[in-house]
Design a protein around this ligand. Structure first.
Ligand SMILES: [Zn+2]
Length: 215
């Protein structure tokens, strides 16, 4: 890639992430500087843009995005620090056709990951919103993997990578949050909105029934 094209690609990635960040922030998906986002520039070698650590995602500054390689290391000189969870993004890019990855902490995804952790996965069925994941089968049923919230982020990245089910664009981390992806930023955003809608509804069904056996 020529330098000019590379600069253009980088600027596009920054614009995409800043735009997506504000939209998701306004939905309440990034409380207390939590969560992160990334956007792939190219595959071989893997380079992607990722949000930096510890920033308020309700504002845009020129220090919000950093470019890293598959080991989560910055590809150019910078004082900024990539998000601590950057390696998880890298595993997702290596194991799926993702072009954009979104990670959010919400009360609903924390609740669902807590309730179903022992099962290693959570089943979702009978909900119209499954179609937002581009699954159009009659009586569609999916299972989202749930991994433990390992303190060691390398281990967390490895276990999340191992748990990926190619048919389902998300992994839950117990009482932490969700990693969700799509081939581009539109698809990733649609997917995370769909999951959060379904988890919120399921949380209410569990409370209503007094049981995690809701289907
Ligand atoms: Zn997190």
């Amino acid at each position: 890639m020529s330098d000019r094209l590379y600069q253009e690609e980088k600027q596009k990635a920054v614009n995409v992430l800043n735009d997506l960040k504000i939209k998701l922030y306004n939905k309440g998906f990034f409380p207390a500087t939590s969560g992160n986002l990334s956007y792939k520039l190219h595959d071989d070698p893997l380079i992607f843009a990722v949000t930096t650590s510890g920033k308020d995602k309700g504002t845009v500054t020129h220090e919000d995005v950093i470019f890293v390689d598959k080991d989560g290391k910055p590809v150019e000189k910078t004082k900024m620090k990539p998000s601590a969870e950057t390696l998880i993004h890298s595993y997702i890019y290596q194991k799926t056709d993702a072009g954009c990855v979104i990670h959010v902490h919400t009360p609903a995804n924390n609740f669902i990951s807590y309730v179903y952790f022992e099962d290693g996965k959570v089943k979702i069925k009978d909900l119209e919103m499954i179609k937002a994941l581009d699954i159009w089968k009659e009586n569609a049923e999916i299972e989202v993997p749930i991994v433990d919230n390992f303190f060691d982020l390398k281990k967390l990245a490895e276990e999340s990578g191992k748990a990926i089910n190619p048919d389902v664009p998300a992994v839950l981390i117990k009482t932490h949050g969700i990693y969700c992806w799509g081939r581009d930023e539109f698809e990733a955003k649609r997917h995370v909105e769909a999951f959060e809608f379904m988890f919120e509804l399921m949380k209410n069904l569990i409370i209503f029934k007094g049981s995690k056996d809701i289907w």
